[in-house]
Design a protein around this ligand. Structure first.
Ligand code: BG6
Length: 506
């Protein structure tokens, strides 16, 4: 089944890693599954001169290496897909390059009967986002939003700003050329099947939603752990850090999906209206509260599997004496009716023991007195009164698990925690599509639910700025450290311990 109207996709930053590893493999999979509109053409735009043929060859290598279906060259549809690839060399500040692009696009449109539907993908450093958009506008490459014949949409990669002021300026600049409905700010976490399932699970099942509030939930934990070091990305990462790289976008999106009110529909604006309300209710970190509400750390050398990892400070491209955090844990509060007084503890880091992303909802304890005698009589190992936990594993081994207490057979009333679990791979035997497949297809279809709106970016930065400011003020305390391959700095346990809580053992 082909979807949507014939479209030309232009990728800026076509010689970058993302294009080869993710974007072309995703487009290839969509094409293989017959989901791309017929007559889809893909044009790569980058600085280096090369022929269409050379670009096709390079992208074939990427697809052969990274596409999830592990295609063979010459497989059905393979050559046809690559025949639809073109390349245009140009510089991002040169109007001539964009005039040349316009001519190429018109030629392609004419040859294939496409009416000017264009999806521009900005897979470039953020400093080029606005220069490209302004040149697209000046070269008459952006269709009027009221045009009936054709549309233009622009997918913008992360990072979107590095603080509130820069994000606001970027939004203002972009919206001086584009209408918000033409802007598709990407957060690839929203393209993950299990992340989309948070909404399905909450709002498609009537048994959980009545419990989903401060009356029944003690607290929420969100872990996004990575078992990789910064490796070759330190040039970017050292200017960013865990909060900008992971919390401002991916983790706050998870918070928004767990915390939001039921939307009136799944249309883009209805869902995003609700997410904005959650993000706007994040309680700012006040001056002097940094140490109570946050923990940051930097990895020291250690082992990740068989790989020996150097200290973060010795990684190539990390500045001398860098204070960039490779780990962050935060205690968040949503100051709204549903979540008043319920903390959300979130943590993320590089070079951790495991790659694992999981959301855990910990429910309140029932009145303990009923079963308390068992412990006094010494029949239990102290684990008998575990709270109910609902765990949503985002990756890997995607699953949903519910922990509850059961009576151990025997003459005494002793409880033991047990789990009911559901593993995606046991039930669904198809491979999950990559996040980029879903997101690119949605952009082609004009479906914006899984993209970030300008006010969401703004609200997320409003909170994140308060964390960064608190850290900025405290520039003399040394940053905590943790060994690569561990679970983060020791202080992270204290963040919960002082509230009488513990991180779930993952
Ligand atoms: C990116 C970050 O947005 O997300 C990376 O820039 C991080 O630093 C990546 O590694 C994690 O994505 P995933 O899909 O592997 O969890």
């Amino acid at each position: 089944m082909n979807n949507g109207k014939p479209t030309t996709i232009v990728i800026f930053g076509a010689s970058g890693d993302l294009t080869k590893r993710k974007l072309l493999p995703a487009l290839f999979e969509l094409s293989r599954e017959g989901l791309l509109p017929s007559q889809t053409r893909i044009v790569g735009f980058a600085r280096r001169e090369k022929s269409h043929e050379q670009f096709r060859r390079e992208m074939q290598e990427g697809v052969l290496q990274f596409a999830r279906s592990k295609p063979q060259s010459g497989a059905a549809g393979f050559d046809d897909f690559f025949a639809g690839l073109y390349y245009h060399a140009g510089t991002y500040d040169d109007p001539e390059s964009f005039a040349g692009l316009n001519s190429l696009l018109q030629e392609l449109d004419k040859a294939s009967g496409v009416t000017g539907n264009r999806l521009f993908y900005l897979s470039t450093p953020p400093s080029l986002f606005f220069p490209i958009i302004s040149k697209l506008g000046a070269a008459d490459l952006i269709a009027d939003i009221h045009a009936e014949e054709s549309w233009s949409r622009v997918i913008i990669e992360k990072p979107f700003g590095r603080d509130l002021a820069s994000a606001r300026k970027l939004n203002r600049d972009i919206l001086s050329v584009l209408h918000e409905s033409q802007v598709y700010r990407i957060d690839h976490y929203l393209g993950k099947e299990t992340v989309q399932n948070i909404m399905a699970f909450r709002f498609g099942n009537s048994i959980f939603e009545p419990l989903w509030n401060r009356r029944y939930i003690d607290h929420v934990q969100i872990t996004v752990g990575e078992a990789v070091s910064v490796g070759s990305r330190a040039g970017y990462y050292d200017r960013s850090g865990a909060v900008r790289d992971m919390v401002q976008n991916h983790i706050l999106q998870l918070v928004a999906l767990v915390g939001m009110e039921p939307p009136a529909s799944f249309a883009g604006n209805a869902v995003r209206d609700e997410k904005v309300k959650v993000l706007s209710s994040l309680r700012p970190v006040a001056a002097g509260e940094g140490n109570q509400l946050t923990v940051r750390g930097q990895y020291k050398g250690g082992k990740l599997g068989d790989n020996v990892i150097p200290d973060y400070l010795s990684e190539p491209d990390v500045s001398d004496g860098s204070r960039t955090e490779t780990y962050a844990a935060l205690k968040l509060y949503l100051d709204n009716w549903r979540w008043s007084g319920v903390p959300f503890y979130v943590r993320t880091g590089k070079a951790l023991a495991k790659r694992i992303s999981e959301i855990t909802i910990q429910f309140r304890q029932p009145p303990l007195v009923l079963f308390g005698h068992a412990e006094h009589e010494g029949h239990v190992d102290g684990d008998h009164m575990q709270p109910n936990l609902l765990s949503l594993r985002v990756q890997p081994n995607e699953s949903i698990r519910l922990q509850f207490g059961l009576k151990v057979p025997g003459s005494r009333m002793i409880l033991q925690p047990n789990e009911m679990d559901f593993c995606y791979s046991d039930v669904f035997h198809t491979e999950q599509p990559e996040a980029y497949e879903r997101l690119i297809l949605d952009a082609i279809l004009g479906e914006s639910t899984l993209f970030i709106r300008d006010d969401e970016v703004d609200a997320a930065w409003r909170y994140v700025d308060t964390v960064l400011n608190a850290w900025q003020e405290d520039s003399s305390t040394p940053i905590g450290t943790y060994e690569a391959g561990s679970w983060g700095p020791a202080a992270v346990d204290r963040l919960l311990a002082k509230d009488g809580r513990k991180w779930i053992n993952l």
